[in-house]
Write a protein that binds this ligand. Structure first.
Ligand code: GDP
Ligand code: MG
Length: 710
């Protein structure tokens, strides 16, 4: 039997960093809550018989979010042999709140007092012996980023798994009396006797999950309710608040006894936050930061890198070398074409964007890791809330600007079920990395002069659609119900280590390159074949299999301005992977290279209005199959998956229709026709859906959860 060690702690306390150190793996390390959304397991380095799991970060064991449920279930039902509780020593009060609850699970525990480097830098003094005495378990000082104390903490946890669990904290007499009465009433219904006290406290807090799980008879429930009522009357507060209050009273005592703060330390974080979270400056600062990131990575430096990669590297070197080799070995002309035009052209058109994306991911990783993103979620809450979303919706959306799949998964941190579902539905409207090539292609090829505004405007349109959709959706019958409040912590700012940044950017880029090497590689070959051969397998572009298919599809898209069959086929190919849009276009347009000539060919298919409409349609419509799979996993139902993808595609169609039909008249000076009127009607309909009063507004009714009380 191996020993099971559970890593538990608040978000951002350094669990994943420690986990990576102990197991030698490199899980994603982030600096905001919710990056670890699933339990991850690994083997402890140099101890064959120990398994360690990295649990999602949580603030309490009350089930306010999916992650808290995951962690709580694992601790209670998975019964690990020992808990390694990571406590952020630079935020002792808040972190110990979870510790007091972990002490009640009846599982042996060791505390890794992490971020000790931060405490030392501030010049504070923490008395570890006192802390250990009060909490009834060993406490080991660690600095997970430097790996200091990690091994010692693991060894101590292995040893401690053989010893007794810590003694839970003792509450005031009135509460203790109520708890012991509840305990004796519920005794028979609790299978695991080690959890008696834990269940008693949860019943006292009127925890719905626990009430249902224990299946207490009505009569017992009534008696317990009576005990709670008496205690509430005696102590003059609601039961949940009583427990919270007592926990914090105990924590205050422990902290007072063990922490001596350096009075002269003035915090850099405080100074930066005076500006970064300032009422008036927060938004301009945020806008400037995001603009700078995209300006550098998409518009300027990134473009040079990408041009070089597509025109010179793939366009000349790679395809030139391949051609020479193949021709020298006497390969058939069609094979030469398949490889240079089909595969190198298609894959190269996608891989060309790697430098641009690497730069974008690197900059985003920096913002994440230095602590700024948590501020953004905090300042965003004011905005998101008024649209019916949560400040935490920002996190999935931001992650989705890299890739929709982790973005959709990151929605798990949102406590509120409605807001979580809504976030999943709208999150892929932000252009992901795979859609970047299309945006860059359209803005470069179709808008020869003054195209700097195209990429940012498409991003802003994506963001606008997120908010407008939230407004539309929150008024429908699909999303009614109460709101749960928002909690996010603001970690201290710090300079991220370059190693962590490169690792994170590399992980995101790697997924992209792997896709180019597999899905897109195969798709490029297949599409080249379908686009060059007829049903009789004759070499014929005009009569190709794909052109037949495309001609059936294209009428559907001609009201949006891209009735060209090659554009239509490429949009459909994008469902497998969005990078396919560009690679398919490249193949179908017979571009000799992925650079200047490709751009020339594209500019013949699209004018600025239809090109823009094409980009917008592909950005907003149903995402790639991988992301649809993620939506299905997170929604947990086929019905909701269909609602989500159906809504996305319908919205994409309507918006592109409006853009193209109205743009035709306004920008290209075409004449009014029936479609123009239809487009105006669709625009008005969307407007009405946005401003119409809600049908079923439930009265605003805000509950205060435990973790908000500090
Ligand atoms: P988790 O949310 O608990 O998994 O935390 P992570 O492992 O993702 O770490 C959150 C952030 O804290 C990252 O930016 C880490 O680099 C940083 N971090 C982790 N441990 C330490 C430490 O001991 N000292 C300092 N200064 N930073 C740390
Ligand atoms: Mg983590």
């Amino acid at each position: 039997m191996s020993i099971k060690i559970a890593l538990a702690g608040n978000p951002n306390s350094g669990k994943t960093t420690l986990f990576n150190h102990l197991t030698g793996s490199s899980q994603y390390v982030g600096n905001w809550p919710g990056v670890t959304v699933e339990k991850k397991e690994g083997r402890l380095h140099s101890f064959d018989n120990a398994v360690i799991s990295d649990l999602p970060g949580i603030y309490s064991l009350s089930p306010y979010s999916l992650e808290e449920v995951v962690t709580r279930d694992y601790l209670l039902n998975g019964r690990p042999d020992v808990i390694l509780n990571i406590v952020d020593a630079s935020n002792l009060e808040r972190n110990l709140y979870l510790t007091t609850q972990l002490m009640e699970t009846g599982i042996p525990m060791v505390i890794a007092l992490n971020m000790m480097d931060v405490v030392e830098k501030k010049g504070d003094h923490l008395d570890i012996e006192t802390l250990s005495a009060y909490l009834g378990c060993p406490v080991i000082a660690t600095s997970a980023v430097k790996g200091k104390g990690a091994g010692e903490a693991a060894k101590c946890a292995l040893k401690q798994s053989k010893f007794r669990p810590p003694t839970p904290i003792k509450f005031s007499p009135a509460l203790e009396e109520a708890l012991s009465e509840i305990q004796s009433l519920a005794l028979k219904y609790i299978k695991d006797q080690r959890l008696l006290r834990w269940y008693a406290i949860k019943l006292f807090e009127r925890d719905k999950n626990v009430q249902n799980q224990l299946r207490l008879p009505e009569q017992i429930k009534a008696m317990i309710e009576h005990i709670i009522k008496i205690c509430e009357a005696v102590m003059g507060d609601s039961s949940e608040s009583i427990v919270i209050g007592e926990r914090y009273a105990y924590i205050e005592k422990v902290v007072n006894k063990s922490l001596r703060k350096n009075p002269r330390h003035s915090s850099l974080t405080g100074k930066i936050d005076k500006i970064a979270t300032n009422r008036f400056l927060a938004f301009p600062v945020f806008a400037a930061v995001i603009f700078t990131v995209y300006f550098i990575s998409v518009s300027t430096v990134g473009t040079y890198l990408t041009d070089w990669t597509t025109d010179i590297f793939f366009g000349k070197w790679v395809s030139g070398a391949a051609k020479t080799i193949l021709e020298n070995t006497g390969a058939a002309q069609w094979l030469v074409n398949l490889i240079t035009e089909g595969i190198i052209g298609g894959v190269g058109a996608v891989l060309g964007f790697v430098p641009q994306m690497a730069l974008l991911f690197l900059l985003l990783s920096f913002l994440e890791d230095c602590g700024y993103m948590a501020r953004v979620a905090f300042i965003m809450d004011r905005v998101f809330r008024s649209f019916g979303l949560s400040g935490k919706s920002f996190i999935p959306i931001l992650v989705a600007s890299g890739c929709g799949v982790p973005g959709i998964m990151a929605s798990r941190t949102i406590e509120d079920e409605n807001k979580r579902k809504m976030t999943i539905m709208v999150t892929t409207f932000i252009p992901c990395g795979a859609k970047l090539p299309l945006i860059a292609l359209i803005s470069g090829a179709v808008f020869p002069e003054g195209s700097w505004w195209v990429a940012p405007s498409i991003y802003f349109l994506g963001i606008l659609m997120i908010f407008l959709s939230a407004l539309i959706l929150s008024k429908t019958r699909l999303f009614k119900g109460d709101a749960t409040p928002f909690v996010i912590e603001l970690p201290d700012y710090h300079l991220p280590s370059p190693k962590v940044l490169f690792l994170q950017a590399w992980k995101r880029i790697r997924a992209f390159i792997v896709k180019a090497g597999t899905v897109i590689f195969i798709a490029s070959g297949v599409i080249w074949f379908l686009g060059n051969f007829s049903f009789n397998l004759d070499l014929s572009r005009e009569n190709s299999i794909l052109s037949h298919f495309g001609h059936i599809l294209s009428p559907l898209f001609s009201p949006l301005g891209f009735g060209d069959w090659r554009a239509a086929v490429s949009a459909v190919a994008g469902l497998a992977a969005k990078e396919n849009i560009v690679s398919t276009l490249n193949i179908l347009l017979n571009a000799e290279d992925a650079g200047a000539e490709f751009a020339e060919a594209v500019s013949k298919v699209f004018n600025p209005v239809s090109g823009y409409s094409y980009a917008v349609f592909n950005i907003l419509c149903a995402p790639c199959v991988a992301a649809i799979g993620a939506i299905h996993r997170e929604m947990g139902s086929l019905k909701w998956t269909l609602i989500a993808t159906g809504y996305q595609t319908l919205l994409a169609y309507s918006v592109s229709f409006v853009i193209y039909q109205i743009g035709r008249v306004v920008v290209l000076g075409a004449t009014f026709n029936i479609f123009t009127f239809l487009a105006i009607a669709v625009a008005l309909l969307i407007l009405w859906l946005i401003i119409k009063p809600a049908e079923n507004q439930t009265p605003a009714h805000i509950k205060r959860p435990a973790k908000n009380a500090s």
